[in-house]
Design a protein around this ligand. Structure first.
Ligand code: GLA
Length: 486
Protein backbone atom coordinates (compact mmCIF):
# COMPACT_ATOMS: atom_id res chain seq x y z
CA UNK A 1 0.00 0.00 0.00
CA UNK A 2 1.53 3.27 -0.95
CA UNK A 3 -1.19 5.81 -0.45
CA UNK A 4 -4.40 6.01 1.48
CA UNK A 5 -6.37 6.46 -1.70
CA UNK A 6 -5.07 3.23 -3.14
CA UNK A 7 -6.34 1.35 -0.15
CA UNK A 8 -9.75 2.88 0.30
CA UNK A 9 -12.60 1.24 -1.46
CA UNK A 10 -16.19 1.85 -0.79
CA UNK A 11 -16.23 -0.10 2.51
CA UNK A 12 -14.30 2.69 4.15
CA UNK A 13 -16.87 5.34 3.55
CA UNK A 14 -19.37 3.36 5.56
CA UNK A 15 -17.11 2.86 8.50
CA UNK A 16 -17.46 6.20 10.18
CA UNK A 17 -21.21 6.05 9.72
CA UNK A 18 -21.52 2.64 11.26
CA UNK A 19 -19.14 3.32 14.10
CA UNK A 20 -22.03 3.79 16.46
CA UNK A 21 -23.62 0.61 15.28
CA UNK A 22 -21.99 -2.73 15.01
CA UNK A 23 -19.51 -3.30 12.26
CA UNK A 24 -19.71 -6.55 10.40
CA UNK A 25 -16.19 -7.31 9.25
CA UNK A 26 -15.91 -6.99 5.51
CA UNK A 27 -13.09 -8.06 3.21
CA UNK A 28 -9.99 -6.07 4.02
CA UNK A 29 -9.52 -3.03 1.82
CA UNK A 30 -5.82 -3.43 2.36
CA UNK A 31 -5.82 -6.73 0.58
CA UNK A 32 -5.01 -8.80 3.65
CA UNK A 33 -6.18 -12.38 3.56
CA UNK A 34 -9.02 -12.94 5.98
CA UNK A 35 -7.98 -16.48 6.78
CA UNK A 36 -4.42 -16.51 7.90
CA UNK A 37 -3.02 -20.01 8.09
CA UNK A 38 0.00 -20.90 10.22
CA UNK A 39 2.55 -18.64 11.76
CA UNK A 40 3.38 -15.55 9.83
CA UNK A 41 7.12 -15.45 9.98
CA UNK A 42 7.21 -12.12 8.24
CA UNK A 43 5.82 -10.48 11.35
CA UNK A 44 7.20 -12.79 13.94
CA UNK A 45 9.85 -10.32 14.88
CA UNK A 46 7.28 -7.71 15.80
CA UNK A 47 5.56 -10.10 18.17
CA UNK A 48 8.74 -11.27 19.74
CA UNK A 49 10.60 -8.04 19.87
CA UNK A 50 7.83 -6.02 21.43
CA UNK A 51 9.24 -3.48 18.95
CA UNK A 52 12.08 -2.83 21.31
CA UNK A 53 14.30 -1.12 18.74
CA UNK A 54 11.81 1.70 18.28
CA UNK A 55 11.19 1.86 22.00
CA UNK A 56 14.67 2.59 23.22
CA UNK A 57 14.03 6.32 23.43
CA UNK A 58 10.76 5.91 25.28
CA UNK A 59 12.43 3.66 27.84
CA UNK A 60 15.08 6.20 28.45
CA UNK A 61 12.32 8.73 28.92
CA UNK A 62 10.73 6.79 31.72
CA UNK A 63 13.86 6.08 33.58
CA UNK A 64 15.23 9.49 32.98
CA UNK A 65 18.01 8.69 30.57
CA UNK A 66 18.35 11.85 28.56
CA UNK A 67 15.90 14.63 29.33
CA UNK A 68 13.67 13.94 32.38
CA UNK A 69 9.96 13.83 31.52
CA UNK A 70 7.09 15.46 33.26
CA UNK A 71 3.67 13.83 33.42
CA UNK A 72 2.32 13.54 29.94
CA UNK A 73 5.48 14.76 28.28
CA UNK A 74 6.56 12.45 25.49
CA UNK A 75 9.65 11.99 23.46
CA UNK A 76 9.10 12.85 19.85
CA UNK A 77 10.37 10.62 17.12
CA UNK A 78 9.97 7.21 15.51
CA UNK A 79 8.20 5.87 12.50
CA UNK A 80 5.93 2.85 12.56
CA UNK A 81 7.11 -0.62 11.65
CA UNK A 82 10.72 -0.11 12.60
CA UNK A 83 12.84 -2.98 13.85
CA UNK A 84 14.90 -5.85 12.65
CA UNK A 85 14.21 -9.55 12.49
CA UNK A 86 15.20 -11.06 15.80
CA UNK A 87 16.07 -14.55 16.87
CA UNK A 88 13.45 -16.83 18.39
CA UNK A 89 14.96 -16.68 21.86
CA UNK A 90 14.83 -12.93 21.86
CA UNK A 91 12.61 -12.87 24.97
CA UNK A 92 15.29 -14.69 26.93
CA UNK A 93 17.99 -12.42 25.56
CA UNK A 94 15.95 -9.37 26.43
CA UNK A 95 15.47 -10.61 29.97
CA UNK A 96 19.15 -11.37 30.46
CA UNK A 97 20.13 -7.98 29.04
CA UNK A 98 17.74 -6.16 31.36
CA UNK A 99 18.93 -8.10 34.40
CA UNK A 100 22.56 -7.43 33.55
CA UNK A 101 21.81 -3.78 33.02
CA UNK A 102 20.17 -3.18 36.39
CA UNK A 103 22.72 -5.30 38.26
CA UNK A 104 25.66 -3.51 36.64
CA UNK A 105 24.11 -0.16 37.32
CA UNK A 106 23.46 -1.12 40.89
CA UNK A 107 27.06 -2.22 41.39
CA UNK A 108 28.43 0.92 39.81
CA UNK A 109 26.32 3.40 41.71
CA UNK A 110 25.74 1.72 45.05
CA UNK A 111 29.08 -0.15 45.23
CA UNK A 112 27.34 -3.34 46.33
CA UNK A 113 25.38 -6.22 44.83
CA UNK A 114 21.57 -6.32 44.77
CA UNK A 115 19.84 -9.08 46.70
CA UNK A 116 17.73 -9.89 43.69
CA UNK A 117 16.05 -8.66 40.51
CA UNK A 118 12.28 -8.47 40.11
CA UNK A 119 10.13 -7.72 37.09
CA UNK A 120 6.58 -6.50 36.57
CA UNK A 121 4.51 -6.03 33.41
CA UNK A 122 2.60 -3.14 31.91
CA UNK A 123 -0.98 -3.95 30.94
CA UNK A 124 -3.46 -3.41 28.19
CA UNK A 125 -7.16 -3.56 28.94
CA UNK A 126 -9.40 -5.51 26.56
CA UNK A 127 -12.70 -4.32 28.02
CA UNK A 128 -14.08 -2.43 31.02
CA UNK A 129 -12.86 1.15 31.07
CA UNK A 130 -13.43 3.34 34.15
CA UNK A 131 -15.49 0.52 35.62
CA UNK A 132 -12.91 -0.36 38.29
CA UNK A 133 -13.61 2.58 40.62
CA UNK A 134 -17.33 1.92 40.10
CA UNK A 135 -16.93 -1.64 41.47
CA UNK A 136 -17.55 -3.05 38.01
CA UNK A 137 -15.76 -5.64 35.87
CA UNK A 138 -12.51 -5.29 33.91
CA UNK A 139 -10.63 -7.58 31.51
CA UNK A 140 -6.96 -6.62 31.15
CA UNK A 141 -3.93 -8.65 30.05
CA UNK A 142 -0.39 -8.27 31.38
CA UNK A 143 2.03 -7.23 28.64
CA UNK A 144 5.32 -8.90 27.78
CA UNK A 145 6.90 -5.43 28.17
CA UNK A 146 8.19 -5.15 31.71
CA UNK A 147 9.91 -3.03 34.34
CA UNK A 148 12.92 -4.51 36.15
CA UNK A 149 14.17 -3.61 39.63
CA UNK A 150 17.44 -4.62 41.30
CA UNK A 151 16.96 -4.13 45.03
CA UNK A 152 18.91 -4.42 48.28
CA UNK A 153 17.85 -3.76 51.87
CA UNK A 154 19.75 -1.16 53.88
CA UNK A 155 20.59 -1.10 57.56
CA UNK A 156 19.16 2.37 58.01
CA UNK A 157 15.86 3.93 56.93
CA UNK A 158 17.04 5.70 53.79
CA UNK A 159 15.58 5.05 50.35
CA UNK A 160 17.80 5.51 47.31
CA UNK A 161 16.04 5.06 43.96
CA UNK A 162 17.78 5.13 40.62
CA UNK A 163 16.93 4.50 37.09
CA UNK A 164 19.32 3.46 34.37
CA UNK A 165 20.77 6.55 32.76
CA UNK A 166 19.90 8.91 35.61
CA UNK A 167 22.32 10.84 37.81
CA UNK A 168 23.08 9.31 41.24
CA UNK A 169 20.10 9.03 43.53
CA UNK A 170 19.05 11.49 46.16
CA UNK A 171 18.56 9.61 49.43
CA UNK A 172 15.11 10.08 51.00
CA UNK A 173 14.35 9.15 54.62
CA UNK A 174 11.25 6.92 54.71
CA UNK A 175 9.56 9.44 56.98
CA UNK A 176 9.79 12.06 54.21
CA UNK A 177 7.60 10.01 51.87
CA UNK A 178 4.22 11.73 51.91
CA UNK A 179 1.43 12.78 49.54
CA UNK A 180 3.13 14.70 46.72
CA UNK A 181 6.67 13.79 47.87
CA UNK A 182 8.86 12.68 46.22
CA UNK A 183 7.96 13.88 42.73
CA UNK A 184 8.72 12.34 39.35
CA UNK A 185 8.81 8.60 38.71
CA UNK A 186 10.28 8.02 42.22
CA UNK A 187 6.86 8.66 43.78
CA UNK A 188 5.69 5.23 42.57
CA UNK A 189 8.31 3.00 44.23
CA UNK A 190 8.60 5.34 47.23
CA UNK A 191 4.81 5.25 47.49
CA UNK A 192 4.87 1.47 47.72
CA UNK A 193 7.34 1.61 50.63
CA UNK A 194 5.06 4.15 52.29
CA UNK A 195 2.06 1.87 51.70
CA UNK A 196 3.75 -1.11 53.40
CA UNK A 197 4.79 1.11 56.31
CA UNK A 198 1.29 2.52 56.71
CA UNK A 199 -0.78 -0.59 56.12
CA UNK A 200 0.38 -3.09 58.68
CA UNK A 201 4.03 -3.79 57.84
CA UNK A 202 5.79 -0.95 59.68
CA UNK A 203 7.86 -3.44 61.72
CA UNK A 204 9.34 -5.07 58.64
CA UNK A 205 10.13 -1.90 56.68
CA UNK A 206 13.81 -1.08 56.13
CA UNK A 207 15.58 1.41 53.92
CA UNK A 208 16.38 0.16 50.43
CA UNK A 209 18.57 0.82 47.41
CA UNK A 210 16.93 0.10 44.07
CA UNK A 211 17.73 0.49 40.38
CA UNK A 212 14.98 0.37 37.75
CA UNK A 213 14.84 0.03 34.01
CA UNK A 214 11.74 -0.44 31.88
CA UNK A 215 10.45 -1.58 28.52
CA UNK A 216 6.93 -0.29 29.21
CA UNK A 217 6.38 2.85 27.16
CA UNK A 218 5.65 5.90 29.28
CA UNK A 219 2.56 7.96 28.63
CA UNK A 220 1.12 5.34 26.28
CA UNK A 221 -1.69 4.34 28.66
CA UNK A 222 -0.04 0.96 29.24
CA UNK A 223 0.46 1.41 32.99
CA UNK A 224 4.15 2.09 33.22
CA UNK A 225 3.53 3.41 36.74
CA UNK A 226 1.78 0.22 37.89
CA UNK A 227 4.72 -1.76 36.48
CA UNK A 228 7.14 0.22 38.68
CA UNK A 229 4.86 -0.21 41.69
CA UNK A 230 4.43 -3.91 40.96
CA UNK A 231 8.18 -4.55 40.68
CA UNK A 232 8.76 -2.69 43.94
CA UNK A 233 5.90 -4.50 45.71
CA UNK A 234 7.06 -8.04 44.84
CA UNK A 235 10.66 -7.14 45.68
CA UNK A 236 9.72 -5.79 49.12
CA UNK A 237 7.45 -8.73 49.91
CA UNK A 238 10.26 -11.16 49.11
CA UNK A 239 13.04 -9.20 50.81
CA UNK A 240 11.03 -8.56 53.96
CA UNK A 241 9.84 -12.16 53.91
CA UNK A 242 6.16 -11.30 53.91
CA UNK A 243 5.15 -14.21 51.67
CA UNK A 244 2.67 -12.08 49.73
CA UNK A 245 3.85 -13.23 46.30
CA UNK A 246 3.07 -16.88 46.99
CA UNK A 247 -0.65 -16.96 46.33
CA UNK A 248 -3.33 -14.83 44.76
CA UNK A 249 -4.64 -13.63 48.10
CA UNK A 250 -1.23 -12.22 48.97
CA UNK A 251 -0.95 -10.71 45.52
CA UNK A 252 -4.34 -9.03 45.95
CA UNK A 253 -2.88 -7.42 49.08
CA UNK A 254 0.15 -6.27 47.08
CA UNK A 255 -2.14 -4.83 44.40
CA UNK A 256 -4.03 -2.87 47.06
CA UNK A 257 -0.78 -1.55 48.52
CA UNK A 258 0.41 -0.51 45.07
CA UNK A 259 -2.92 1.20 44.40
CA UNK A 260 -2.65 3.22 47.60
CA UNK A 261 0.84 4.31 46.53
CA UNK A 262 -0.71 5.58 43.30
CA UNK A 263 -3.74 7.19 44.98
CA UNK A 264 -2.12 8.69 48.07
CA UNK A 265 1.54 9.39 47.31
CA UNK A 266 1.31 9.94 43.53
CA UNK A 267 -2.14 11.50 44.06
CA UNK A 268 -3.71 9.95 40.99
CA UNK A 269 -7.36 9.06 41.74
CA UNK A 270 -7.27 5.79 39.79
CA UNK A 271 -9.00 2.47 40.41
CA UNK A 272 -7.19 -0.82 41.02
CA UNK A 273 -7.24 -2.46 37.60
CA UNK A 274 -3.65 -1.73 36.59
CA UNK A 275 -2.07 -3.04 39.77
CA UNK A 276 -4.24 -6.18 39.71
CA UNK A 277 -3.33 -6.85 36.08
CA UNK A 278 0.34 -6.45 36.92
CA UNK A 279 0.33 -8.65 40.02
CA UNK A 280 -2.48 -11.20 39.52
CA UNK A 281 -2.55 -12.08 35.80
CA UNK A 282 -1.71 -15.40 34.21
CA UNK A 283 0.32 -15.81 31.03
CA UNK A 284 -1.85 -16.59 28.00
CA UNK A 285 -4.97 -15.37 29.81
CA UNK A 286 -6.95 -12.22 30.35
CA UNK A 287 -7.78 -11.30 33.93
CA UNK A 288 -11.52 -11.14 34.58
CA UNK A 289 -11.57 -9.03 37.71
CA UNK A 290 -14.68 -8.18 39.68
CA UNK A 291 -13.73 -4.92 41.36
CA UNK A 292 -16.64 -5.23 43.83
CA UNK A 293 -15.08 -8.15 45.71
CA UNK A 294 -11.71 -8.41 43.93
CA UNK A 295 -12.45 -11.97 42.81
CA UNK A 296 -10.78 -13.12 39.60
CA UNK A 297 -11.07 -15.65 36.79
CA UNK A 298 -8.44 -16.32 34.16
CA UNK A 299 -9.92 -16.32 30.65
CA UNK A 300 -7.74 -18.00 28.00
CA UNK A 301 -6.46 -15.42 25.52
CA UNK A 302 -4.03 -16.83 23.00
CA UNK A 303 -4.32 -15.59 19.47
CA UNK A 304 -1.43 -17.58 17.95
CA UNK A 305 -3.65 -20.30 16.50
CA UNK A 306 -6.32 -17.96 15.25
CA UNK A 307 -4.40 -15.97 12.63
CA UNK A 308 -5.26 -12.87 14.64
CA UNK A 309 -3.15 -10.42 16.60
CA UNK A 310 -3.86 -7.68 19.11
CA UNK A 311 -2.29 -4.52 17.76
CA UNK A 312 -1.65 -1.72 20.25
CA UNK A 313 -1.56 1.72 18.65
CA UNK A 314 0.17 4.26 20.85
CA UNK A 315 -1.20 7.54 19.56
CA UNK A 316 1.47 9.49 21.44
CA UNK A 317 -1.24 11.95 22.42
CA UNK A 318 -0.48 12.93 26.00
CA UNK A 319 -2.59 12.09 29.01
CA UNK A 320 -2.19 12.31 32.78
CA UNK A 321 -4.54 10.92 35.41
CA UNK A 322 -3.28 12.79 38.44
CA UNK A 323 -5.17 15.87 37.38
CA UNK A 324 -8.22 16.86 35.42
CA UNK A 325 -10.72 14.91 33.46
CA UNK A 326 -10.15 11.47 34.97
CA UNK A 327 -11.11 12.88 38.38
CA UNK A 328 -14.10 14.66 36.88
CA UNK A 329 -15.43 11.37 35.53
CA UNK A 330 -15.11 9.88 38.99
CA UNK A 331 -16.99 12.82 40.50
CA UNK A 332 -19.75 12.44 37.91
CA UNK A 333 -20.20 8.81 38.96
CA UNK A 334 -20.30 9.78 42.64
CA UNK A 335 -22.83 12.50 41.91
CA UNK A 336 -25.05 10.03 40.06
CA UNK A 337 -24.80 7.56 42.95
CA UNK A 338 -25.80 10.26 45.45
CA UNK A 339 -28.86 11.18 43.38
CA UNK A 340 -29.85 7.54 42.95
CA UNK A 341 -29.24 6.70 46.60
CA UNK A 342 -26.76 3.89 45.87
CA UNK A 343 -23.15 3.29 46.89
CA UNK A 344 -21.74 2.30 43.51
CA UNK A 345 -22.92 2.21 39.90
CA UNK A 346 -22.34 -1.55 39.96
CA UNK A 347 -25.66 -1.83 41.74
CA UNK A 348 -27.47 -0.94 38.50
CA UNK A 349 -28.12 -3.91 36.24
CA UNK A 350 -28.22 -3.50 32.50
CA UNK A 351 -31.91 -4.52 32.54
CA UNK A 352 -32.78 -1.68 34.91
CA UNK A 353 -30.73 0.91 33.06
CA UNK A 354 -33.52 2.67 31.14
CA UNK A 355 -35.57 3.21 34.28
CA UNK A 356 -32.57 4.46 36.23
CA UNK A 357 -31.58 6.94 33.53
CA UNK A 358 -34.99 8.61 33.80
CA UNK A 359 -34.21 9.46 37.43
CA UNK A 360 -31.10 11.44 36.55
CA UNK A 361 -31.43 15.21 36.15
CA UNK A 362 -29.18 15.85 33.18
CA UNK A 363 -27.83 14.32 30.01
CA UNK A 364 -24.21 14.35 31.17
CA UNK A 365 -24.97 12.10 34.15
CA UNK A 366 -27.22 9.88 32.05
CA UNK A 367 -24.41 9.34 29.55
CA UNK A 368 -21.84 8.62 32.25
CA UNK A 369 -24.06 6.04 33.91
CA UNK A 370 -24.99 4.44 30.59
CA UNK A 371 -21.33 3.96 29.78
CA UNK A 372 -20.41 2.39 33.11
CA UNK A 373 -23.37 0.00 33.21
CA UNK A 374 -23.10 -1.04 29.56
CA UNK A 375 -19.31 -1.37 29.76
CA UNK A 376 -19.46 -3.77 32.69
CA UNK A 377 -22.02 -5.78 30.71
CA UNK A 378 -19.62 -5.80 27.75
CA UNK A 379 -16.93 -7.29 29.97
CA UNK A 380 -19.24 -10.25 30.65
CA UNK A 381 -20.04 -10.60 26.95
CA UNK A 382 -16.38 -10.28 25.98
CA UNK A 383 -15.35 -13.03 28.37
CA UNK A 384 -18.10 -15.23 26.94
CA UNK A 385 -16.97 -14.48 23.39
CA UNK A 386 -13.35 -15.27 24.25
CA UNK A 387 -14.29 -18.52 25.95
CA UNK A 388 -16.29 -19.47 22.85
CA UNK A 389 -13.41 -18.44 20.56
CA UNK A 390 -15.77 -15.95 18.90
CA UNK A 391 -13.37 -13.14 17.97
CA UNK A 392 -15.79 -11.61 15.49
CA UNK A 393 -18.12 -11.00 18.42
CA UNK A 394 -15.24 -9.68 20.53
CA UNK A 395 -14.39 -7.25 17.73
CA UNK A 396 -17.97 -5.98 17.66
CA UNK A 397 -17.86 -5.43 21.39
CA UNK A 398 -14.65 -3.42 20.95
CA UNK A 399 -16.47 -1.13 18.51
CA UNK A 400 -19.47 -0.70 20.80
CA UNK A 401 -17.16 0.05 23.69
CA UNK A 402 -15.26 2.70 21.78
CA UNK A 403 -18.47 4.44 20.75
CA UNK A 404 -19.60 4.43 24.38
CA UNK A 405 -16.31 5.92 25.56
CA UNK A 406 -16.27 8.49 22.82
CA UNK A 407 -19.88 9.64 23.04
CA UNK A 408 -21.11 8.81 26.54
CA UNK A 409 -18.07 8.90 28.79
CA UNK A 410 -16.26 11.43 26.58
CA UNK A 411 -12.76 10.13 27.24
CA UNK A 412 -11.56 9.66 23.67
CA UNK A 413 -9.63 12.22 21.64
CA UNK A 414 -9.16 12.83 17.88
CA UNK A 415 -6.03 10.66 17.72
CA UNK A 416 -7.75 7.70 19.38
CA UNK A 417 -10.79 8.05 17.12
CA UNK A 418 -8.59 8.12 14.02
CA UNK A 419 -6.68 5.06 15.25
CA UNK A 420 -9.94 3.16 15.69
CA UNK A 421 -11.49 4.27 12.42
CA UNK A 422 -8.34 3.62 10.41
CA UNK A 423 -8.05 0.14 11.96
CA UNK A 424 -11.61 -0.68 10.98
CA UNK A 425 -11.07 0.75 7.52
CA UNK A 426 -8.18 -1.61 7.08
CA UNK A 427 -10.16 -4.67 8.08
CA UNK A 428 -9.72 -4.98 11.86
CA UNK A 429 -12.38 -7.14 13.51
CA UNK A 430 -12.74 -4.42 16.10
CA UNK A 431 -10.89 -1.56 17.73
CA UNK A 432 -11.25 0.61 20.80
CA UNK A 433 -9.31 3.02 22.92
CA UNK A 434 -7.85 1.37 26.02
CA UNK A 435 -6.96 2.64 29.47
CA UNK A 436 -7.93 5.93 31.04
CA UNK A 437 -8.25 7.83 27.76
CA UNK A 438 -7.69 11.46 26.74
CA UNK A 439 -4.68 10.15 24.80
CA UNK A 440 -2.62 7.00 25.15
CA UNK A 441 -3.33 3.86 23.16
CA UNK A 442 -6.01 2.11 21.16
CA UNK A 443 -6.17 -1.63 20.50
CA UNK A 444 -7.28 -3.38 17.33
CA UNK A 445 -8.06 -7.04 16.76
CA UNK A 446 -6.49 -7.65 13.38
CA UNK A 447 -5.53 -10.40 10.98
CA UNK A 448 -1.88 -11.13 11.57
CA UNK A 449 -1.19 -11.14 7.86
CA UNK A 450 -2.47 -7.60 7.52
CA UNK A 451 -0.31 -6.15 10.30
CA UNK A 452 2.06 -4.34 8.03
CA UNK A 453 -0.69 -2.79 5.92
CA UNK A 454 -2.59 -1.92 9.06
CA UNK A 455 0.35 -0.05 10.57
CA UNK A 456 1.08 1.77 7.35
CA UNK A 457 -2.55 2.66 6.91
CA UNK A 458 -2.95 4.00 10.42
CA UNK A 459 0.37 5.84 10.12
CA UNK A 460 -0.76 7.55 6.94
CA UNK A 461 -4.14 8.41 8.50
CA UNK A 462 -2.26 10.11 11.34
CA UNK A 463 0.00 11.84 8.89
CA UNK A 464 -2.93 13.16 6.94
CA UNK A 465 -4.39 14.67 10.11
CA UNK A 466 -1.05 16.19 11.10
CA UNK A 467 -0.79 13.99 14.22
CA UNK A 468 2.53 12.67 15.58
CA UNK A 469 3.55 9.34 14.06
CA UNK A 470 2.01 6.56 16.16
CA UNK A 471 3.96 3.69 17.68
CA UNK A 472 2.85 0.08 17.56
CA UNK A 473 3.31 -3.10 19.43
CA UNK A 474 1.72 -6.49 19.11
CA UNK A 475 0.44 -7.53 22.50
CA UNK A 476 0.31 -11.00 23.97
CA UNK A 477 -0.87 -11.95 27.43
CA UNK A 478 2.31 -12.02 29.50
CA UNK A 479 3.18 -13.25 32.99
CA UNK A 480 2.58 -11.49 36.29
CA UNK A 481 5.18 -9.72 38.42
CA UNK A 482 7.80 -11.80 40.20
CA UNK A 483 11.42 -12.46 40.98
CA UNK A 484 13.67 -13.13 37.99
CA UNK A 485 17.17 -13.34 39.42
CA UNK A 486 19.06 -14.40 42.60
C1 GLA B 1 -6.37 4.14 34.28
C2 GLA B 1 -6.53 3.84 35.75
C3 GLA B 1 -7.33 2.56 35.99
C4 GLA B 1 -8.62 2.55 35.19
C5 GLA B 1 -8.35 2.94 33.75
C6 GLA B 1 -9.60 3.08 32.96
O1 GLA B 1 -5.55 3.18 33.70
O2 GLA B 1 -5.27 3.71 36.36
O3 GLA B 1 -7.58 2.40 37.36
O4 GLA B 1 -9.58 3.37 35.78
O5 GLA B 1 -7.63 4.15 33.65
O6 GLA B 1 -10.23 1.87 32.83
Amino acid sequence: MTSRGACVPHFVRGVTEVMLRRVTPAPSPCGAKRLAGGPDTQFRWIVESGFLPSRAGALRGMTGQGKPQKDGEREHKRSPCVGLPLSLDHDQEKLVTAINQVVEHFRTHFSSTPEGVWEAPGRVNLMGEHTDYNHGLVLPIALPQRTYAAVRRRDDSLVRLMSVGMPPAQAIPITDIAPGSPKGWERYPAGVIWAFANHGYADQVTGIDAVFTSEVPVGAGLSSSAAIEGAMAVALSDLWDLGLTKDDQGRATLANLAQSAENIIAQAPTGGMDQAACLRSREGHALYLDCADQSIRHIPFRLDDTGLALLVIDTRATHAHSTGEYGHRRSDCQEACAILGIDTLREISVDDLDGVLKRLPNDRLRRRVRHIVSETHRVRLSAQAMEAGDFVELGKLFVDSHASMRDDYEISCPELDVAVIASLECGALGARMTGGGFGGSAIALVYRQSLREMMEWIGSAFDQKGFATPDFLVAEAGRKAGRVAY
